[in-house]
Design a protein around this ligand. Structure first.
Ligand SMILES: C[S@@+](CC[C@H](N)C(=O)[O-])C[C@H]1O[C@@H](n2cnc3c(N)ncnc32)[C@H](O)[C@@H]1O
Length: 207
């Protein structure tokens, strides 16, 4: 099976319980979104938006004139995101597409882009390239996700792998999960989170 097929199968099983399992990541999600320094009127891409847990904080930051451009490949996650938009009455303020990161074509260039826990996307160069081409030069980039502990911690990385595996097809590729996004950026800064098992990073798309 390809990484995409594995990912689709994983989220077919996980979609129903996803929001409950992601509850504890909300503070980190808000921290990552804050790094985008969004302003009223901005257009922001939510990469692999899942069930749409980032929509409310992104919309709060971009205001009534701003817009969230979101895409997601799993039908089950997409359906939940669609329901979230309808329940909240966000209408056109959130543009949601069911599409793969490798092929998605968004309706307008963006001022900022969020990669929140989308390891299977950020590890595919063609997917990263396609998304980053749709961000304006100078646009803000923020990402967060899991990574391995330093190599000398040895077996501890079994824990990182085991925690990542239920969600990601490319779960063993956790040494430098940001390194396809970083070359697109200037001023890229990164720090560890979760005692070394996570990272948060930000920069600006190169001009
Ligand atoms: C861990 S979830 C994160 C969802 C959301 N970003 C969040 O912060 O809650 C990863 C999401 O990426 C989606 N995904 C994985 N590979 C993808 C691809 N190639 N194109 C689009 N979506 C993808 C999965 O279906 C899943 O919904």
């Amino acid at each position: 099976m390809s990484p995409n097929e594995i990912s689709l199968a994983r989220y077919r099983r996980r979609a129903a319980g996803y929001d409950a399992s992601a509850e504890f990541t909300m503070p980190l999600r808000l921290r990552t979104i804050a790094l985008l320094a969004l302003a009223p009127g901005d257009v922001v891409i939510d990469v692999g938006a899942g069930t749409g847990l980032s929509f409310a904080p992104l919309l709060a930051a971009v205001g009534e004139r701003g817009r969230v451009l979101a895409f997601e490949h799993s039908p089950e996650m997409f359906e939940q995101a669609t329901e979230r938009i309808a329940r909240a009455g966000w209408g056109e303020r959130v543009h949601l597409q069911r599409a793969r990161a490798e092929e998605v074509v968004l309706p307008q260039p963006a001022d900022a882009v969020l990669f929140n826990y989308v390891h299977d996307i950020s590890r595919i160069p063609a997917a990263v390239d396609n998304v980053m081409r749709q961000v304006k030069p100078g646009g803000r980039v923020a990402m967060a996700g899991m990574k391995f502990f330093p190599w000398w911690t040895g077996p501890l990385n079994l824990l990182a792998w085991a925690k990542n595996r239920p969600y990601n097809a490319l779960a063993a590729d956790l040494w430098r999960p940001w390194d396809h996004v970083q070359p697109w950026c200037e001023g890229f800064e990164r720090r560890s989170t979760q005692f070394g098992m996570g990272y948060i990073a930000h920069g600006r798309r190169r001009r």
